[in-house]
Ligand binder design. Structure first.
Ligand code: HEC
Ligand code: HEC
Ligand code: HEC
Ligand code: HEC
Length: 322
């Protein structure tokens, strides 16, 4: 992908804030965030003009963009500069010219203070960062070729051919190759070498890696001693038909994630209260908010469909599932 890094086109403040706050989600497209440098992701959002995008960045959106990316101490000017920085990354390829960055004063109608309603999303931001940052899991969604929005959730998006897996940071389409910091990062192939293997995603079994204490993800960016609240609660979801039932394990999730990453935005915390289907998951909803993006992909049926069906008399004549 040829990302446009025309240094003079935006203030450094925008780039700095992007790297510090926005990249966590916008580099890899966490939770559906439009990806840096990916014109297809941004194209549909350009219609309302730059002022609308500034407003979304400042106030947040109902679909998961936290106000100011969760960094409420950032100045409005820097947040707008970060938007400009992201727009510049797609300027070259976007057919409709997105922005007139000089038109900042025209964005005046941006409302004063973000309302409290944006708070839960903002609060969720930190744990997400803690969950994905320490182990560079975002490499799982590395998008090396400016792929289109259509393949975001395609079935085997993370089943990359050998040789295209885990490229060096400067070539992964996530990190800025012009940033000196990128060169300091350890290459994923070297970093992942000693970790337990899996057959999909970025080929690391992250659950085992934590169990075996091969990695020690930092829970809080500020507080090195903060520890997650792990609960060991399995939820079994019966599946009609021949597929084994789904066991949703809280333990493996709460080792990485905060309750607020899922409750209540993705799942109401009540067994059976959420309608979940494979179709929704493949569209990037429900379990698919993460699986296929920052967690193992949907191709690994047996990791979720792990519970053999109990013998139910109605099925007495059906062949047993293995
Ligand atoms: C915790 C994840 C997260 C962080 C951090 C984050 N974003 Fe977002 N952002 C999202 C998501 C998810 C969307 C898509 C939401 C939507 O469609 O309304 C989004 C969408 C946007 C959009 C497009 C909004 C629209 O209305 O089309 C802009 C602009 C944006 N983000 C700017 C920023 C800036 C600037 C920062 C850093 C200061 C930032 N984001 C940090 C998750 C994040
Ligand atoms: C990765 C997403 C995720 C995270 C993180 C998560 N949960 Fe859940 N939780 C679920 C799902 C999925 C269900 C089942 C919902 C259903 O069956 O419709 C659930 C159900 C529950 C239930 C209902 C149990 C019952 O028997 O009715 C409680 C209580 C709960 N979660 C508490 C928590 C707490 C406390 C945390 C943090 C320590 C947490 N959850 C973290 C996904 C999550
Ligand atoms: C907010 C993100 C998120 C959501 C939503 C989510 N997961 Fe996960 N899941 C993870 C992460 C992160 C891991 C650990 C890393 C990995 O295994 O790739 C994980 C691990 C798992 C594991 C453990 C596999 C093992 O090897 O022990 C199972 C099973 C699983 N998820 C099933 C589900 C199901 C079923 C749902 C929906 C009901 C769901 N997950 C929703 C992020 C999520
Ligand atoms: C990330 C976890 C996860 C993975 C991986 C996964 N499933 Fe599912 N699957 C679910 C959940 C959750 C449901 C909904 C169960 C329910 O009805 O509550 C489901 C439901 C189903 C159903 C019932 C019909 C439907 O669409 O809801 C079928 C069939 C199915 N899955 C097949 C598969 C196959 C085949 C694979 C592998 C290619 C697969 N699943 C991989 C979590 C997963």
């Amino acid at each position: 992908m040829s990302v446009f890094f025309g240094g003079a086109a935006f203030a450094d403040a925008g780039k700095d804030l992007y790297n510090k706050t926005c990249a966590v989600c916008h580099a890899a497209g966490i939770a559906g965030a439009p990806r840096f440098g990916n014109a297809a992701d941004w194209q549909p959002r350009l219609a309302g003009g730059t002022a609308r995008l500034y407003a979304s960045a400042l106030k947040g959106t109902a679909k998961g963009m936290p106000a100011k990316g969760g960094n409420l101490t950032a100045s409005d000017g820097d947040v707008k500069a970060a938007v400009d920085f992201m727009l510049a990354s797609v300027k070259k390829t976007a057919s409709a010219s997105p922005a007139k960055p000089a038109a900042a004063p025209a964005a005046a109608p941006v409302a004063a203070a973000p309302k409290a309603a944006a708070a839960p999303a903002a609060m969720a931001a930190a744990p997400v960062a803690a969950a994905v940052a320490p182990v560079a899991k975002i490499d799982a969604t590395a998008n090396t070729s400016g792929a289109s929005a259509a393949d975001i959730n395609s079935f085997n998006r993370l089943l990359k051919p050998i040789g295209k897996r885990n490229p060096p940071p400067a070539e992964d389409g996530i990190h800025d190759p012009a940033n000196d910091g990128t060169l300091v990062l350890m290459a994923p192939l070297a970093a992942y070498g000693p970790l337990p293997k899996s057959l999909a995603g970025n080929r690391v079994n992250w659950v085992k890696a934590i169990d075996e204490k091969k990695i020690n993800p930092r829970w809080d960016r500020q507080d090195a001693n903060a520890a997650p609240v792990v609960i060991d609660l399995n939820i079994v979801r019966e599946v009609k038909g021949s597929m084994p039932d789904v066991v949703y394990p809280h333990k493996q999730h709460t080792e990485w994630l905060d309750c607020s990453n899922c409750h209540p935005a993705i799942f109401v915390p009540q067994k059976g209260a959420n309608a979940i289907s494979m179709a929704a998951i493949l569209l990037g909803e429900k379990c698919g908010v993460c699986h296929g993006k920052v967690a193992f992909p949907v191709s690994e049926c047996r990791l979720c469909h792990s519970k053999k069906k109990e013998f139910r008399p109605a099925q007495a004549t059906a062949p047993a599932t293995k």
